[in-house]
Design a protein around this ligand. Structure first.
Ligand SMILES: [Zn+2]
Ligand SMILES: [Zn+2]
Length: 512
């Protein structure tokens, strides 16, 4: 499944006509998603093919908006006058596109993803609308990743496509009451924040329908929230958020906030608070140990930030995992059943996992399914059909974790090669620890220290790499990576350390 870059095009010749476009954006913005079916001149000559929140379906169900940000397409049903479908994201109300933390456009055929395209706030400046992607006819249908921004909002996009100048009612404005019906005058509606009523119909139109605030209050609230965000970024800059700074920031906000609920403020801060917790966890992972204090601190922050339970879960899972791996590396190995394997007196089994042995030579490639067992005395591979082999820990000279396997390098005896296992992290930790114990090399505090990247270096790297994977830009599951591996003489200096997400870090293991 290709990930497109801006400007890239792919053919949809082999895709079905029934497709689904899905747009996902995380940003503290109210966004509208629309699809323009335009003619050969790039003009919206038929209004009925402008699909948006007020007109959710084009003729013949050729384009149908489902939910807010999904479009079901049946390309076969589009008349030939429609040459392009352009997908557009516009900001409704306050804000600009640079506030996007991450956006993604993806195209699906049933449950199969055909292509995707990512975009970020950094791609934009003060624009308020973006043509994100288009599907167009040229020897069949094609998909292009566009990502072109517009200074104005939906109005300027409409102007671009030359649609009739109908004034689209903003979703956020209250439905304009006809003077003769429900509301006799605009003065009957008052702002929930300042209590002032609208002076005219034009002013009432500017009321924010979701919050019930007048345009003046909406602007003030936005300014207050942005001030709060600046304070938070400043207070958390060092990677540690002092309770005192957190309290002070809210006191300052309280003095001006007037009827902004904490929930609204916390939701506004969410991309930044999530990023802060990610940083805490990346640091904890690099420490190689999670102390009860740092665990408590992470949990305390998750709650203070009002992060919803479903978003908390992956962080908590990672914390548990760091703890488990740190225990193993500290020599506290879990004891598990050895199954049918007979153990000698004093022998303890620490690992029993399904594994597939893969040996690659220049001439052949062998795959043998079986079980990998590690006891405190030996490492065994027991295949399902053929005879297995035993490995001596003292002969193991290299253990390397990659995306889906563990590579074992032995100085002598059989067993060299890749072992495909489900949980590579756990398997690697157990075998490495047993090997070090057998060689009486379990890292003492002294050795841990030399391998250890200092707090200052970690902070400098985090700031230089802006809390993103240097390979793919991901902002989650981050780890500190030695560019030149420590085992190959790479140093612990800022120049030799970078942020990689777990996926890219493991993929790097595949290459080295
Ligand atoms: Zn007001
Ligand atoms: Zn990455």
């Amino acid at each position: 499944m290709p990930t497109l870059t801006r400007g890239q095009k792919i053919s949809l010749a082999n895709s079905p006509f029934r497709l689904r476009a899905h747009i996902q954006v995380s940003a503290p913005l109210t966004l509208d998603f629309s699809c323009f079916g335009v003619d050969g001149n790039g003009k919206l000559s038929d209004d009925r093919y402008f699909v948006f929140y007020n007109q959710k379906e084009a003729p013949g169900s050729s384009v149908r908006q489902v939910g807010d940000s999904d479009f079901e397409l049946d390309l076969d049903r589009l008349p030939t006058t429609i040459q392009r479908l352009v997908f557009v994201v516009t900001v409704d109300g306050q804000g600009e596109l640079h506030q996007i933390s991450l956006g993604n456009f993806s195209l699906w055929a049933g449950s199969t993803q055909i292509a995707q395209f990512e975009f970020r706030g950094a791609d934009f400046g003060r624009e308020r609308a973006v043509m994100i992607a288009e599907i167009y006819r040229r020897d069949g249908w094609r998909l292009a990743a566009v990502g072109q921004g517009f200074a104005g909002g939906l109005d300027s996009v409409l102007a671009h496509f030359g649609g009739q100048e109908h004034k689209e009612p903003s979703r956020n404005a209250p439905p304009i009451p006809q003077p003769a019906t429900e509301v006799a005058s605009p003065q009957a509606i008052a702002c929930v924040r300042c209590g002032k009523s609208a002076a005219s119909w034009v002013e009432l139109r500017k009321f924010d329908n979701e919050t019930g605030r007048c345009s003046h209050c909406t602007a003030e609230v936005q300014a207050a929230l942005e001030g709060l965000r600046r304070d938070f970024l400043e207070a958390s800059k060092s990677g540690i958020l002092q309770d005192e700074a957190w309290q002070a920031m809210w006191r300052r906000f309280d003095s001006i906030r007037q009827k902004i609920t904490p929930d609204e403020a916390l939701a506004f801060l969410r991309p930044d608070t999530i990023q802060f917790v990610e940083r805490l966890l990346t640091m904890a992972g690099a420490e190689g140990a999670v102390t009860p204090a740092s665990e408590r601190y992470v949990k305390q922050m998750l709650n203070a930030f009002g992060i919803p339970a479903d978003l908390q879960k992956p962080f908590k899972t990672r914390l548990q995992r760091f703890k488990a791996i740190a225990q193993i590396r500290g020599g506290y190995l879990p004891v598990v059943s050895s199954g049918p394997l007979h153990l000698d007196a004093g022998e303890l089994c620490h690992l029993t996992v399904p594994a597939t042995y893969r040996k690659v030579t220049t001439r052949s490639e062998t795959e043998i399914p079986g079980t990998l067992l590690a006891t405190n005395k030996r490492l065994l591979f027991v295949p399902i059909s053929v005879t297995g082999w035993k490995m001596q820990y003292k002969n193991i000279i290299q253990i390397k974790e990659s995306t889906e396997s563990i590579y074992l390098g032995l100085s002598t005896g059989s067993g060299n090669g890749h072992y495909k296992v489900k949980d590579t992290g756990h398997t690697e930790a157990v075998i490495t620890t047993l090997t070090l114990m057998a060689k009486r090399q379990l890292l003492g505090p002294q050795e841990v220290m030399t391998r250890h990247i200092s707090h200052d270096v970690r902070n400098a790297v985090w700031q230089r790499d802006r809390g993103r994977c240097t390979e793919c830009g991901a902002q989650d599951y981050l780890e500190f990576d030695h560019i030149i591996p420590y085992s190959q003489g790479g140093s612990n200096s800022v120049n030799n350390v970078q942020l990689l997400c777990r996926r890219c870090n493991l993929a790097k293991g595949d290459r080295i």
